[in-house]
Design a protein around this ligand. Structure first.
Ligand SMILES: [Ca+2]
Ligand SMILES: [Ca+2]
Ligand SMILES: [Ca+2]
Length: 284
């Protein structure tokens, strides 16, 4: 049993964790903390003919073009919800620029982490037009997300469990796990993040399809009884990766969420290391 090879998935996850951790250092290097100036490449897509900039304000409503995307308001219309208050005034006072009738931003069903971060900076440091600043982002995430639970419950009834597994079944099970290969281009979350922020095309859908296929394989495996718990964790890791990668589709709308995902990636790397130890135990 000692000869059984390390599971590829764990090895790769550790590398992913490393890359993601590395990304955390550089992820907002383009933001100048002093001026808040951000120079992103011009968006080449026709659907959005303005830059993702925290200083340009095309419609002069005191809400930068980038923040309009984050708040969901129209970068070309100064009063998106037509309630006579400018988008920027509403956002800075905690009102929703896309919903009239004095709706608060906190009334939104789906909360945007970047908007919450802006509110926090404004309140704590009395900064009227907060920017994405590395040290502040770190502080914010440490306060609100000191511990992140990245694993979710996996229902046992969805699994095929072999209650009478012998050693051969266990070997087959481990080989099945070994056969799972994670998608190409999967390792560089940081690069994908930068591309999506710059409005460039990425293969996120392809990666998601492959992650889905991997999840399907994990669900369909015949699982020896003593591997149930560890198997649930593998599935949960894949499910978390699916979410983290799907979030990249909304990088421009919620960049702080991607920062939180980087933290999750670090947690996943630790879990991956623990999984390896657990695996060795169940094999004995
Ligand atoms: Ca504006
Ligand atoms: Ca606007
Ligand atoms: Ca308005």
């Amino acid at each position: 049993m000692d000869k059984i090879k390390k599971i590829l998935i764990i090895f790769i996850l550790i590398i992913v964790g490393f890359f993601i951790a590395y990304g955390a250092i550089n992820i907002f290097s383009e933001f100048d903390p002093k001026s808040g100036l951000t120079i992103f490449p011009q968006n080449k897509n026709n659907d959005l003919d303005l830059s993702y900039s925290f200083t340009d304000d095309d419609d002069n409503d005191d809400l930068s073009n980038a923040k309009e995307i984050i708040y969901g308001s129209n970068p070309k219309i100064s009063d998106t919800d037509n309630d006579s208050y400018l988008d920027g005034d509403e956002a800075q006072n905690g009102y929703d620029p896309v919903a009239a009738n004095s709706k608060r931003l906190t009334d939104r069903t789906i909360q945007n982490l970047t908007i919450q971060y802006f509110s926090w900076v404004k309140e704590k440091y009395n900064i009227n037009d907060p920017v994405l600043q590395d040290s502040l982002i770190k502080e914010y995430l440490n306060i609100y997300y000191p511990v992140i639970s990245v694993l979710s419950d996996v229902a046992e009834k969805k699994l095929t469990i072999n209650r009478n597994a012998d050693n051969q079944d266990m070997t087959n099970y481990i080989e099945s796990l070994n056969s799972i290969e994670l998608p190409q281009g999967f390792l560089n979350y940081q690069e994908l993040y930068e591309k999506t922020l710059a409005g460039k095309n990425t293969n996120i859908d392809g990666i998601l399809n492959e992650l889905n296929a991997n999840a399907d394989k994990l669900y369909k495996m015949s699982i020896p009884e003593k591997a149930i718990e560890i198997h649930k964790k593998y599935i949960s890791v894949i499910e978390t990766l699916k979410i983290i990668f799907a979030d990249l589709k909304n990088t421009r709308k919620d960049p702080i969420l991607i920062k939180l995902n980087i933290k999750k990636g670090q947690e996943l790397a630790i879990i991956a290391a623990d999984l390896e130890e657990e695996k060795i135990k169940i094999l004995k």
